[in-house]
Design a protein around this ligand. Structure first.
Ligand code: ATP
Length: 244
C-alpha cells in the first residue's frame, strides 16, 4: 500500500529566492501531521505544492502513490486543499457551490453528501445564501464543505480555524478528527500550537525553507529541552537555535 502523502526533496524557488529547500516527509493513512514554522518559513508554499496549485521546482509529491507531476488529475481527485482564505464564487449560492464542486469531481448522489456536510458544518439554513450574505466563519465552513464533498483520502488544511467561533472551532476539530478516524491522511498547518498539540500525531517544524525538526510532540519537547514541555516551548527553542 503506497503512503498517502509522500513529499521527497521538495524545492521551490521564486526567481533567485529559495522558499523551500529539499523538504521531505510523509503522512500515512489516518494520520495527522502538523506543519508549523515562523512567518515566511514556507508552509503555504509547501501546502500549495502538495495541493497541486503550483509545481515544485525540484523534488516530487505523491498522493497515494500517484506522482502529482505525472498524473495531476488522478492525484487531485484524491485530495482537497483548504487555503487559509475562503475562495468562493460571488454568484453561486451555498448549495450551488456544492453542486458545482460535486460535478467537477463526478460525485454521484451529491445531494445526500451535501445535506450531511451542511448539517455537520451548520450551514443548513444558508443553503440559498450567496457568499456576500455569509459571515467570515460561514465562508470558511463552506469552503471546507466544498473540499470534503468528494470524500478525499488526503486533506490539507491551512489555518482551518480562522474566523470560527468557539463552538465552530470545536466542531471543526471534530470534523478533522472524524476524517482521520475514517482513514484520511491530513496535513494541518497552523500558528495555533495548542491546536496542533491537540490533533496531530507528528509535527514537522520548518524554518527558512528547511526542515528544522520532525517527530512526535513528546519527542520534540524532550529533545528541545522544552522547559514547560509544551510544543510552543519546543518551537521557540528549535527555531531560535536555527536562527543563531
Ligand atoms: P506565514 O506563516 O506568514 O503565512 P508561510 O510559512 O506560509 O508564512 P510562505 O507564504 O510559504 O510562508 O512564504 C515563504 C517565502 O516565500 C516568503 O519569504 C515569501 O515572501 C516567499 N514567497 C511566497 N510566495 C511568493 C511569490 N509568489 N513570489 C515570491 N516570493 C514568494
Amino acid at each position: 500500500m503506497p503512503t498517502a502523502i509522500d513529499v521527497v526533496n521538495l524545492t521551490k524557488t521564486y526567481g533567485e529566492f529559495t522558499a523551500i529547500e529539499k523538504l521531505s516527509f510523509s503522512v500515512g493513512e489516518g494520520r495527522i501531521l502538523g506543519l508549523v514554522g515562523p512567518n515566511g518559513a514556507g508552509k503555504t508554499t509547501t501546502l500549495r505544492a502538495i495541493g497541486g496549485i503550483h509545481p515544485p521546482t525540484e523534488g516530487s509529491v505523491s498522493i497515494c502513490g500517484i506522482d502529482l507531476r505525472d498524473r495531476p488529475v488522478d492525484a487531485k481527485k484524491l485530495l482537497a486543499f483548504m487555503p487559509d482564505e475562503p475562495r468562493l464564487f460571488d454568484y453561486l449560492t451555498v448549495e450551488e457551490h456544492l453542486r458545482f464542486v460535486a460535478r467537477i469531481y463526478q460525485v454521484t448522489a451529491w445531494q445526500e453528501r451535501a445535506a450531511e456536510l451542511l448539517a455537520e458544518l451548520e450551514l443548513d439554513d444558508k443553503r440559498k445564501a450567496l457568499p456576500g450574505e455569509l459571515s467570515r466563519g460561514m465562508k470558511q465552513k463552506l469552503m471546507i464543505a466544498c473540499g470534503l464533498i468528494h470524500s478525499p483520502r488526503v486533506l490539507v488544511f491551512d489555518e482551518p480555524l480562522t474566523g470560527l467561533d468557539p463552538l465552530g472551532i470545536r466542531r471543526m476539530k471534530d470534523t478533522i478528527r472524524k476524517r482521520s478516524a475514517d482513514g484520511a491522511a491530513i496535513i494541518l498547518s497552523s500558528h495555533l500550537l495548542g491546536l496542533v498539540e491537540e490533533l496531530c500525531d507528528r509535527v514537522v517544524i520548518i524554518h527558512k525553507g528547511r526542515k528544522a525538526a520532525e517527530g512526535s510532540i513528546d519527542a520534540l519537547t524532550r529533545t528541545a529541552d522544552a522547559v514547560e514541555g509544551s510544543l510552543e516551548d519546543a518551537f521557540i527553542s528549535i527555531t531560535s537555535r536555527v536562527e543563531s
